[in-house]
Ligand binder design. Sequence first.
Ligand code: AMP
Ligand code: GLY
Length: 443
Amino acid sequence: MKMIQNPHSENMSEQSPLTVLVVGSGGREHTLAWACQKSPLVQRVIAAPGNPGMAKDGCECENVAADNIEEIVQLAVETCVDLVVVGPEVPLSLGLVDALAQAGIMAYGPKADGALFEASKSHTKAFLLKYGIPTGAADSFEDASAAKEYLNTAAYPIVIKADGLAAGKGVIIAEDHETALQTVDDMIVGAKFGESSKTILIEECLVGEETSIHVIVSGSDYIILPTSQDHKPIFEGDKGPNTGGMGAYSPADLIDDTLMQRIEAEIVKPSVDGLVAEGVDYRGTLYIGLMITTTGPKVIEFNVRFGDPETQVLIPRLETDPVEIMLATIKGELGSLDVKIKNDYAITVVLASQGYPESYPKGEIISLPKTLEDNEMVFHAGTKKDADGNILTNGGRVLGATALGSNLHEAAEKAYRLCDRISFDSKYLRRDIGAKELNRQTT
Ligand code: AMP
Ligand code: GLY
């Protein structure tokens, strides 16, 4: 790749308002761009490629794909960007932050060596085992017959994972031997996920409640963001196939203070120390997927970016300017930053297209509320604008209706009222986002 220097970066004084480029086009990126727009540190927000919701909030959307590293760097240089906020994992794993560093541009998110912790599940598993971090037992295989031989003596259900990135679809929980054998064939022999399933991981099936934490890591310093809870299955009552996430709320009391102390001591601190020991200078979000088992919290996965839709509930709860947190992370000043969180509860309900996560219609006209009340937000995820200015559905997850309230009940009522003010023909949503937590609170 050619080296491009940013002429602006050398003259940038800390006080001058920043131009920020947000990379990505989903609900997570809309939330990050929204936070940048509100920041007193920022004068201009560009998004690549962005979405109509971001444009409505005043972002300049540029038609550059998030994973086109060369063009993103070029855009950042040409528009004199001071800070790039990278939303999705793919550009991170393709080395976008490395390329921006070469061009002298600050970026929030790990370099490729850090992004490998999402891009290779066997890499992460080896790391977790090396540093004694609790996780499910697993072996990796490149050879289908060796994998099948291993399956002969396995206990079922068992989890089979494509090693590489597979847009959240690369994990199969095989209930029986036959399904497991078929999955090995599909992944290794049939190359179901291309290069990503050349290597597979066969992993013990963990039982318990699934949750996650977000850690902002800056070298050896870190802060743990407030708790949040995603709802992955498509149907109410956590039934049906997994999606990218149908809604989230924060804080989530499943992780109480005692459990959080244990997660920090057994998982977060050893992981951050391990990254340092491995020579990885990680500066960005580390999303740790967890299973809370009867023997304690265990790591399911690392993601190297903010969760979606967790971002939609975490970012609005930050009292401290998220841009200040990102800058401190990049500059190694996170240890001295006092990050303040609002007392409010936040909830996001995802409005999806009927049929997601399988096939679903696109191009339906969306009717959105003309005005929003305080503490209501509509984050766009899969939308596009037509020539007449209509906002159309353009993805499985279309919008995230977000609300803040002084308690979870109030936040949920507001978010669902907001959902009722949005319409499109195939609108589908789960009506039970946060319900488990509300039941816990009332019993
Ligand atoms: P991952 O891509 O690793 O997050 O896996 C996707 C989903 O598969 C997770 O969110 C879990 O619901 C499930 N999963 C992954 N690994 C395991 C495991 N070892 N035991 C049980 N469920 C798992
Ligand atoms: N909501 C789950 C994820 O972002 O990976």
